[in-house]
Design a protein around this ligand. Structure first.
Ligand code: AMP
Ligand code: MG
Length: 383
C-alpha cells in the first residue's frame, strides 16, 4: 500500500488547473493571484500631511497664516518665507513646506502662529512606501482583506485570479437520512454530505450534494449527474470491498482510471483517487466521518493547490506507541502541541477544541519534547 507522501505526489501530478477569472476586488478574498501585481502609482501618490495642523515655512516661528488646504484640494502657490497654511491629514503639502506643526503644538493668535517643530516632521513623502513599477504582490499570493487595500490603492477594480473547482459530493449508504428527517431503527444521519459541502465552500468552491442508497444503478445515475456539472466528484462511503460497496466499479464504468486505492494512513485507509480523459477527477473518501474530513484535508485540498503545510512543533506529552500506519490525530497547538486521545474514525466530535492535525509516524514512540509534524491551517490555507 502506498504512503501518504506517495499519494500526495500522485494527487499533485493531476492537480487542478484553474481557468482564469476576472473578479471584482471585493469578491476576490480567498482567491490566488494568477499574475504579479505591479504598482501603477507611487505610494503615497504625493507629499501629504500626516496630521491636522499647519504647513510651515523654514525658519519660524512666528509665521503668518495665509490660507487653508483640506484633504482633496490643492494649493497652487508655494509657501512664501515667514508664512504657514492650515492643513488637514491627507492634504497635499504646498511647495516650500519645511514641516507640519500639529494643531496640538500650535499657538494661534489671530493670523499669527507660533510653536516648535523639527524640519521634515509629519510629512508623508511621495513614494516612501513604494514607487511606481515595483512588484507589489507575487503570483500565487492568496488574497486577504489587507491585500484588497493594496489593490484598491493601486486603482484596480478587478483582478485576475484562479477559479476554484466545481465540486460534486455524493454520499452513499442505505442507512443515511438527511438531518431533520425522522430517524428509524438502523438509520443514522448523513453528516458527511453537509460537512464536505461546507469544507469545499470554505475554499471558495461551488458545490452540489446528493445522496444515493447502496444500489449500483442509483449510484451510477447520481455520480453521472454530478459529474455533468462538476470538475471533481467526491464520493463518500462505499469505497471499501464490502458486498454493498458499489463506488469503485461504478467509477470504473464511468471511464475513470484508478490512480490509487488505499493509503497506509489512519484514519482514511480506503481513500481512493481516479482521473478521466476529460480532466475530471474523482476522490473516493471513506464513509466514517473522521476519515472523510481528514482525507478531504489531506488530499482534496492538495489537489486544489492548497494542501496542508506541515511544521515540526514540540510535543507537550508522551504518546502511546504508534501503530503500523502513519496516524493523523486532532490536536491543539498553543506553543507546544497537545494530541487528543484517539477516539476512532467514526467520531463526529473533537473539532471544536482542535486547531491542528498532527502526523504520528508508523511504529514511533514519541516523547514529550520531541518534534511532531503539525498543520495549523486546518480550515483555510492562509486566512
Ligand atoms: P462505508 O465507508 O460506506 O463502509 O461507511 C463506513 C461507516 O461510515 C459506516 O458506519 C457508515 O454508516 C458511516 N457513514 C458512511 N457514510 C456516512 C455519512 N454520509 N454520514 C455519516 N456516516 C456515514
Ligand atoms: Mg456504506
Amino acid at each position: 500500500m502506498i504512503s501518504y507522501e506517495e499519494a500526495v505526489d500522485h494527487v499533485r501530478g493531476h492537480a487542478w488547473i484553474s481557468p482564469l477569472l476576472l473578479a471584482p476586488i471585493t469578491e476576490s478574498v480567498g482567491h490566488q493571484l494568477v499574475a504579479p501585481i505591479v504598482a501603477h502609482f507611487d505610494s503615497p501618490v504625493f507629499d501629504n500631511s500626516a496630521m491636522d495642523g499647519f504647513a510651515v515655512y523654514a525658519g519660524g516661528p512666528p509665521w503668518r497664516i495665509v490660507g487653508e488646504i483640506a484633504a482633496g484640494s490643492v494649493r497652487a502657490e508655494a509657501l512664501a518665507p515667514g508664512t504657514a497654511v492650515r492643513i488637514f491629514t491627507g492634504a497635499p503639502i504646498p511647495e516650500g513646506t519645511d514641516a507640519v506643526l500639529p494643531i496640538e503644538l500650535a499657538e494661534v493668535r489671530g493670523d499669527e502662529l507660533s510653536g516648535q517643530i523639527a524640519p521634515g516632521r509629519h510629512i508623508r513623502r511621495r513614494a516612501e512606501e513604494y514607487a511606481a513599477g515595483q512588484v507589489l504582490l507575487e503570483r500565487g499570493v492568496r488574497i486577504n482583506p489587507g491585500i484588497v487595500a493594496t489593490m484598491a490603492a493601486n486603482g484596480m477594480r478587478q483582478v485576475a485570479v484562479d477559479a476554484p473547482p466545481r465540486v460534486g459530493v455524493l454520499a452513499t449508504g442505505s442507512e443515511l437520512v438527511p438531518p431533520g428527517e425522522p430517524l428509524w431503527p438502523g438509520q443514522i444521519y448523513d453528516s458527511n454530505q453537509p460537512t464536505l459541502i461546507s469544507a469545499a465552500q470554505a475554499l471558495g468552491c461551488t458545490v452540489e450534494g446528493r445522496h444515493t442508497n447502496d444500489d449500483p444503478d442509483l449510484t451510477r445515475q447520481a455520480a453521472e449527474a454530478l459529474l455533468d456539472s462538476s470538475d471533481v466528484l467526491l464520493t463518500v462511503g462505499g469505497v471499501s470491498v464490502g458486498a454493498h460497496d458499489y463506488v469503485r466499479p461504478t467509477i470504473q464504468r464511468l471511464g475513470f482510471e484508478q490512480i490509487f486505492s488505499g493509503v497506509a494512513i489512519k484514519p482514511g485507509k480506503p481513500v481512493s483517487f481516479g482521473v478521466r480523459d476529460d480532466g475530471k477527477v474523482w476522490f473516493g473518501l471513506p464513509g466514517n466521518p473522521r476519515s472523510a474530513l481528514v482525507t478531504f484535508i489531506l488530499f482534496v485540498r492538495e489537489w486544489m493547490g492548497c494542501g496542508p503545510q506541515w511544521h515540526p512543533c514540540v510535543l507537550a506529552h508522551d504518546l502511546a506507541p504508534a501503530g503500523d500506519r502513519e496516524t493523523f490525530e486532532l490536536a491543539c497547538w498553543s506553543g507546544d502541541v497537545r494530541v487528543f486521545e484517539s477516539v476512532g474514525s467514526h467520531a463526529v466530535g473533537g473539532w471544536a477544541e482542535a486547531n491542528a492535525l498532527v502526523r504520528v509516524p508508523a511504529g514511533s514512540q514519541l516523547r514529550a519534547g520531541d518534534p511532531i509534524q503539525t498543520t495549523l491551517d486546518l480550515w483555510h490555507p492562509t486566512l
